[in-house]
Design a protein around this ligand. Sequence first.
Ligand code: FAD
Length: 259
Amino acid sequence: MLADGKQAVLPLSGGTDLLVHWPVRLDDHDRTYVDLSELDELKAHEWTKTHLVLGGRTTYWDVISDARAGNEFPLLVAAARVVGAIQIQTRGTWAGNIVNASPAADGVPVLMAYDALVVLESVNGREEVRLDEFYSGYKAMRRKPDQLIVAIKIPRRSYSFQVFEKVGSRRAQAITKVGLAITRSDAGWRVVANSMAATVRRCTAVERMLEARTPVRAPEDFLPAIEADVTPIDDIRSTADYRRQVMARLLYHDLRGNC
Ligand SMILES: Cc1cc2nc3c(=O)[nH]c(=O)nc-3n(C[C@H](O)[C@H](O)[C@H](O)COP(=O)(O)OP(=O)(O)OC[C@H]3O[C@@H](n4cnc5c(N)ncnc54)[C@H](O)[C@@H]3O)c2cc1C
């Protein structure tokens, strides 16, 4: 059905993004949806020698329930636990979070901080795209309409630093105002921000500060790098300036021992 291309066909996984606007967006009723719920081969996640491989239908709850994930990739569990509440965590999928492409997505930053690869497949074949190269603008991405995310591959490494931050109005059922996922491994520092730009974004200027061990004496010392990395907006949840100031304070609080 996806390959047919005659009409816009949408994969439907947990439906926790797709169905939110269903009562008001009547045009959505005329679209064709491909229900993925019977594709059991996309559900399970798998540990290989080199990767944790999430399936195209793996939910937040699948990861929360795997103690090994908590040990090896604690940021996946930390983020999963603050997505909506339990009802959403049991239905919502990591792949749905990636394709919905909200700048406020909480699953995407932790996957990006772990250098995840998105595995896309269609009748024309399979390709792997780095998640930090997947988005090209607001809701614009490397996925073609006929491609399914069939897996998300996360390399297994040892990490000397891992932190996840979500600033919202409440601890549950809150859309992120400022979010961060930070890791350090042999591959270097990864600093990823959500709700700070049109896409979830790797903050390479901040990463360079950390690699260079640039001395930091106050939160404000991070502001030039934040200016270079992200472009927050004013909206009903926060002002751009608030988001920048909060990001600087989070970075200072989390990283001052490392600068
Ligand atoms: C009450 C509520 C609270 C929420 N809270 C949060 C939150 O705190 N943080 C957060 O990040 N999100 C939150 N969300 C949003 C949502 O739950 C997540 O983005 C979730 O991961 C979406 O997954 P899904 O399987 O439900 O996606 P769906 O709604 O099924 O699909 C979303 C998009 O992905 C596409 N898609 C789905 N699976 C695939 C696939 N395998 N291959 C290709 N395309 C695919 C669909 O076509 C659609 O475009 C919330 C939603 C609700 C309703």
